[in-house]
Design a binder for this molecule. Structure first.
Ligand code: 5AD
Ligand code: FES
Length: 347
């Protein structure tokens, strides 16, 4: 089949065989790309029209007990300047964001057990008490099913936990031995069963990743059928074992965004900061390739430059209000519109 035929098949059947995926991922040229992105936009607009949803990201701690080889806040990076936000500081970032129009707050952090389950629940319920019209998303890594149940009862609506790679061998090349792909997947299944709108995802072009790994990721995503999928290019961080590894490619990321849109038509799909970091118009291109979410930073400016998972991260010097305006402009330049709503997944 030609690539155009494969794209049509993916559009109509929302999946392909492994060989077909391989052909598409290996041989898309510029003409095919345009066709792929146009189909992905159509599919997105069927469900979401021109709306782009904003998520206010609050990076509340960069302490992490884990030592993932790719990540700048891994515990063995002694050069990372660590910080933790107090509950009051988190709430003031939320207030700031609420005034600007944000209706989703994403509390993201390293795996930092100094925030107990009760601490997290307290913050979540306080945000929900003050802003019942807003969604709260947690992105704080692997915890027990019981912890996840408590967070859900406290009012958290969504949870982001990238699976990183669906392939066991690849997983073991990116992570130390005490982290297992089984536990990761257990967490994701628990989160879904408990009732969270759940997000999974992987880095594009992470060290040792093969095309077959990516196909496994696509199969895993299709099977899990998460409400959100976060993908972005791998970018090396100077103080990690992967400092000399090549970064992921923007084109590959855009291809995968479009493919994921066609596989999971209703998915909420961010154009990530990492994509905006390797390409100055990466996020805009992401929106034009099927993404429909952007996650501006609401963390206090004093800590922004410290939540560095990779080198060169953009938007670390901006105030929340500036970020908001910059985002409005960027989104408008694509012909889409920022929506002021919670932006839940369509059923
Ligand atoms: N480059 C790109 N993305 C990274 N992440 C962590 N380190 C890097 C890096 N060096 C991603 C992981 C994690 C998410 C919060 O950020 O996929 O799940
Ligand atoms: Fe943050 Fe542009 S989105 S400054």
């Amino acid at each position: 089949m030609t690539n155009t035929e494969l794209i049509d098949k993916l559009r109509n059947e929302s999946s392909l065989t492994d060989d077909e995926f391989r052909q598409l991922l290996e041989s898309l040229d510029e003409k095919d790309e345009e066709y792929l992105y146009a189909r992905a936009r159509e599919r997105k607009e069927e469900f979401y029209g021109k709306d782009v949803y904003l998520r206010g990201l609050i990076e509340f701690t960069n302490y992490c007990k884990n030592d993932c080889l790719y990540c700048g806040i891994r515990c063995s990076n002694k050069n990372a300047e660590r910080y933790r936000l107090k509950k009051e500081e988190i709430m003031s970032a939320v207030e700031n964001g609420y005034k600007l129009g944000f209706r989703t707050f994403v509390l993201q952090g390293g795996e930092d057990l100094s925030y107990s389950d009760d601490d997290i629940c307290e913050i979540v319920s306080e945000i929900k008490r003050l802003h019942g019209d807003s969604a709260v998303t947690l992105s704080i890594g692997e915890r027990s099913r019981e912890s996840y149940e408590k967070f859900f009862k406290a009012g958290a609506d969504r949870y982001l936990l990238r699976h990183e790679t669906a392939n066991e061998e690849h997983y073991s090349k990116l992570h130390p031995n005490n982290l297992s792909p089984e536990n990761r997947k257990r967490c994701l299944r628990d989160l879904k069963e408990i009732g969270f709108q759940t997000g999974a995802g992987m880095m594009v072009g992470s060290p040792f990743q093969t095309i077959d790994n990516i196909i496994e990721d696509l199969r895993f995503l299709k099977e899990l059928s998460p409400e959100m999928v976060g993908i972005g290019p791998f970018i090396p961080h100077k103080d990690t074992p992967f400092k000399d590894k090549a970064e992921g490619r923007a084109e590959d990321t855009l291809h995968l965004l479009a493919i994921i849109r066609l596989m999971l038509p209703k998915v909420l799909l961010p154009a990530t900061t990492a994509l905006g970091t390797i390409d100055a118009r990466g996020r805009e291109k992401g929106l034009l390739a099927g993404a429909n979410v952007i996650m501006p930073n609401l963390s206090p400016v004093t800590v922004r430059g410290k939540y560095l998972l990779y080198d060169g991260k953009i938007c670390t010097g901006e105030e929340a209000a500036e970020c908001w305006q910059c985002m409005q402009r960027r989104v408008a330049s694509t012909g889409y519109e920022v929506s002021i709503s919670r932006g839940d997944a369509k059923k």
